[in-house]
Design a protein around this ligand. Structure first.
Ligand code: SF4
Length: 449
């Protein structure tokens, strides 16, 4: 299929972070971006180690992270209109054989082709609910595709269009470091399977959905559970019914914000830094701990500050500030509300009066919420345009490549979780489902295709 064989309609006029970045780089906009390399195609970074330009560009990428081979030139050189047309044509040919899932943080040029748009768990559930699809193209990051593979049928192929779309936060909890941490904790607490007089084991491991399948498998093997940003409190309650303490990874902020809201003091939440002996915490601190927080964070949500909130309040009387619980504690404390991406979406859609919202989460989602809800004034707290580096690695060029591969009978970039990891990882997910009903279904609010 080539550009000459297609009539190329103009692209829909959507709010596009990419268009904004192009305008900044060309000088047509006076706004600021965190890296002008964002204007280039992400394939320019496939051969280089690192997360690429964007919010996590300064994070340390683990040795051995999946790398993406070179995208064929016909996709790199194609215009946005041609790629859009090729994606639509391939999708039409494939029909029900393929399902495209788009995370809330994906660029609009990708999301417009998604059958379902949602957070990582909603999308994994969408994969589970469609056994008729032979292939699930997951426009998100690596751990999300792994979770979809865990929850989908074994004969369904889960495809990640760009293998370099990892997640720096998920990568901060490495399985070897977590195993080492568990051994060190056992030296302090003794038998990790033994219950005390109250029937509690010393530690229950809890991992955020934003972690590798290997970490979910570790948690499953050690009596632990997975949580999302929507159900973290329910999951912590489940864990405290079974354990004296919780080891929470990889996101220290979600762990701290959730446990603090439940009455756990900051002093009862020592940090575990895997590069230090005993995580850098004292044995006494670990003894009295209620939650041991892994030293991980999301570089997108770490950009939000109390000063940004103060500025928003000064400049917008009556502004309603909602931030994601992956933001630092001081930011969550200074906001009016905090909640998952779906919480933020529902809060905006549920506001009956025209309202000004200042939002602390990824800019692609904020801009689409603003466009979908013109009755409100909605803006991102961070004035610098700085999308998630790894979500940004999924570009329509990769989407066209994997879809046309399927049309030609070729499954590209399949993500498969090994069986020995998948079984305990599913167990940890099932415990979460039993602790709380499944999340709401993924949204069709932006299902434009
Ligand atoms: S927004 Fe943060 S947690 Fe989500 S994929 Fe990007 S780096 Fe990972």
């Amino acid at each position: 299929m080539s550009a000459t064989s297609l009539t190329l309609p103009p692209l829909p006029v959507d709010p596009s972070v990419d268009n904004e970045i192009q305008a900044i780089v060309s000088g047509a906009s006076t706004a600021e971006t965190c890296n002008t390399d964002l204007a280039a195609g992400p394939w320019n970074f496939d051969a280089r180690p690192g997360y690429g330009p964007g919010s996590s560009m300064g994070d340390v990428i683990p040795v051995g992270s999946p790398r993406q081979g070179e995208l064929p030139a016909e996709y790199r050189d194609a215009s946005p209109e041609e790629l859009d047309a090729r994606v639509r044509a391939a999708k039409e040919k494939l029909g029900d054989r393929v399902m495209i899932l788009g995370h809330f943080y994906q660029r609009v040029e990708v999301v417009r082709h998604a059958d379902y748009v949602g957070d990582s768990f909603q999308l994994a559930n969408a994969a589970k609910a469609h056994p008729e699809a032979e292939a699930i193209v997951f426009c998100g990051v690596h751990f999300m595709a792994e979770t979809a593979d865990l929850l989908s049928r074994p004969d369904q192929a889960v495809i990640l269009p760009n293998l370099a779309a990892g997640c720096s936060m998920a990568d901060m909890a490495d399985i070897d470091q977590v195993e080492e941490c568990w051994e060190q904790l056992a030296d302090i607490y003794g038998d990790m399977d033994a219950t005390d007089a109250d029937g509690l084991v010393p530690v229950i491991p809890v991992t955020y959905m934003n972690s590798s399948a290997a970490i979910k498998g570790f948690v499953g093997r050690h009596g632990g559970i997975v949580c999302t940003s929507s159900n973290a409190q329910t999951v912590l309650e489940w864990a405290f019914e079974r354990g004296r303490r919780v080891l929470f990874f990889p996101d220290q902020h979600l762990g701290r914000n959730t446990a603090k809201a439940m009455g756990v003091t900051v002093e009862q939440m020592p940090m575990w830094n895997p590069r230090k002996p005993l995580g850098g915490a004292g044995a006494d601190e670990l003894e009295s701990a209620r939650v041991i927080l892994w030293h991980g964070f999301c570089s997108v949500h770490r950009r939000f500050t109390v000063e940004q909130i103060e500025k928003a309040r000064t400049e917008h009387s009556g502004v309603r500030v909602i931030v994601h619980p992956e933001c630092p504690m001081a930011v969550v404390d200074a906001a009016d509300e905090s909640g998952s991406t779906d919480y933020i979406r529902r809060a905006i859609e549920g506001a009956t009066e025209p309202t000004t919202f200042a939002i602390g989460t990824e800019v692609n989602l904020v801009q689409r919420l603003a466009a979908a809800n013109p009755q409100h004034t909605i803006f991102c707290l961070d004035p610098v345009v700085c999308p998630c580096s790894t979500m940004y690695r999924i570009h329509p060029g990769y989407l066209a490549w994997v879809l046309e591969g399927l049309v030609n009978g070729e499954v590209l970039n399949r993500i498969t979780v090994p069986q020995d990891v998948a079984e305990p990882a599913r167990l940890a997910l099932e415990r979460m489902l039993a602790a709380k009903p499944p999340a709401a279904p993924a949204s069709a609010w932006e299902n434009a295709s």
